[in-house]
Design a protein around this ligand. Structure first.
Ligand code: PMP
Length: 405
């Protein structure tokens, strides 16, 4: 493995602080990761030197900003291995990307009686847009159930598939359970019935190797802020022919070719889906997050994070009966949900915060999943490449201490 974690940590100035008198331990990485200094500096440099609106200006600053913005698009293309750079669309985040597809694809291609398949472990952003679409179109939403370990029941999924299935929209790695779903198999099986497949890669992207051509997914969506990148930027990958066939999502500047009062023609992809001035500074900054990940290599990041998860689980095992785990699949990213048997998760979260430890508590925007397990919420620890075993020791010691209160 041989990662120099101290050197990696030094790239994240935010980690070097005390919270409530204790060294900060940041285990809320599934909500958002911290940002490397190279990215923070890039934002400052952009506003100090290059700030300008893109695509429209012919002056030097506009050209610099446009080039840097489009450089990121090329980096993302390589990052996910899409065939063409035009298949990469910048959005605000995963939520906007899924809404875009539900609206722009759904509005045109979904009809009464069509079926859309999601799963029990979806984030609300991969549930509600489809519910709204189904309501509007009198289409039917079907939900793949899961087992106690938090894995999809693939037999049930296969039974659901039919020529009525038009869209299968599934999370690759669950934000609440960490489960890695067998998306390649899901994509193949869905395509056999002519369905289009959308992959919510919000949690997968910072841990797993993404190759959209190898996966053969129709859409793949993620947020920059969960992969050491800035907030307010997301990526929608879509196959060219699908994106070209879809309706625009928002309309106005940038997404047009020609506007006349008699009628308007739309711009080519990707611009057709990028109406208005985008989040230029943060898109440019995203390039530095990609550089950060590539600089270490995703497989090394993944192996290290998995070793942290294993270590955490090993220590938790030794605490006997006080902690109940949720999400016990063997195929997982480094995310672990759990509850303390004698304490509400919010109380536990507050006590951990008093020890400088940031974890997420609540339903993690997966209320139907929580209902499936008959709980309201969990405590969730999620690990990133700058976390250490020493920090996990502190977390487990704190959990043991507070569970005795
Ligand atoms: N899907 C999953 C699996 C997520 O973890 C999240 C963020 N928690 C989202 C979708 C929504 O992402 P965003 O809030 O960045 O739009």
């Amino acid at each position: 493995m041989n990662l120099n974690i101290e050197e990696i940590r030094n790239q994240f100035p935010i980690l070097n602080q005390s919270v409530n008198g204790k060294p900060l331990i940041y285990f809320d990485n599934a909500a958002t990761t911290q940002k490397p200094i190279s990215l923070i500096n890039a934002i400052k440099k952009y506003y100090e030197n290059d700030n300008s609106n893109i695509h429209r200006g012919i002056h030097t600053l506009a050209e610099r900003a446009t080039n840097a913005f489009e450089e990121t698009r090329k980096s993302v293309q390589q990052f996910v291995n899409s065939k063409e750079v035009e298949e990469i669309i910048f959005t605000k985040g995963t939520t906007e990307g899924i809404n875009l597809v539900a609206y722009s694809y759904g509005e045109k291609f979904i009809q009464a009686g069509d079926e859309i398949i999601i799963s029990t472990m979806e984030h609300h952003s991969n549930i509600v847009p489809w519910q709204i679409l189904c309501e509007k179109k009198a289409a039917i939403l079907k939900v793949i159930p899961i087992n106690e370990e938090g894995e999809l029941l693939m037999d049930e999924f296969e039974k659901m598939l039919s020529s009525k299935t038009k869209i299968v929209s599934l999370v690759w790695a669950s934000n609440a359970l960490g489960t890695i779903n067998p998306i390649k198999e899901i994509i193949e099986k869905s395509h056999a019935f002519g369905a289009k497949v959308l992959i919510d890669a919000a949690q997968a992207v910072s841990h797993l190797d993404v190759d959209v051509q190898d996966l053969n997914c129709d859409f793949l969506i993620f947020s920059a802020h969960k992969m050491y990148g800035p907030t307010g930027v997301g990526i929608l990958y879509g196959k060219r022919e699908l994106l070209e066939s879809m309706l625009p999502y928002q309309s106005g500047g940038e997404m047009i070719k020609e506007v006349r009062f008699e009628g308007t023609t739309y711009n080519d992809i990707p611009y057709k889906f990028e109406a208005g001035t985008p989040n230029i500074a943060d898109v440019i900054a995203l390039n530095h997050a990609i550089e950060f990940i590539n600089g270490i290599s995703k497989s090394k990041i993944r192996d290290y994070e998995n070793s942290l998860l294993d270590y955490f689980l090993q220590l938790i095992c030794e605490t006997n009966d006080t902690i109940k785990l949720y999400g016990t699949s063997k195929k997982k990213v480094a995310i672990q949900s759990f509850v303390l048997k004698n304490m509400h998760h919010f109380d536990a979260g507050m006590m951990l915060d008093a020890n400088g430890i940031a974890v997420r508590t609540g339903h993690h925007c997966t209320q139907p999943l929580m209902s499936r397990f008959g709980i309201e919420g969990t405590i969730r620890a999620s690990f990133a490449v700058y976390n250490t075993k020493k920090e996990i020791d502190v977390l487990v010691e704190s959990l043991i201490k507070i569970s005795k209160k």
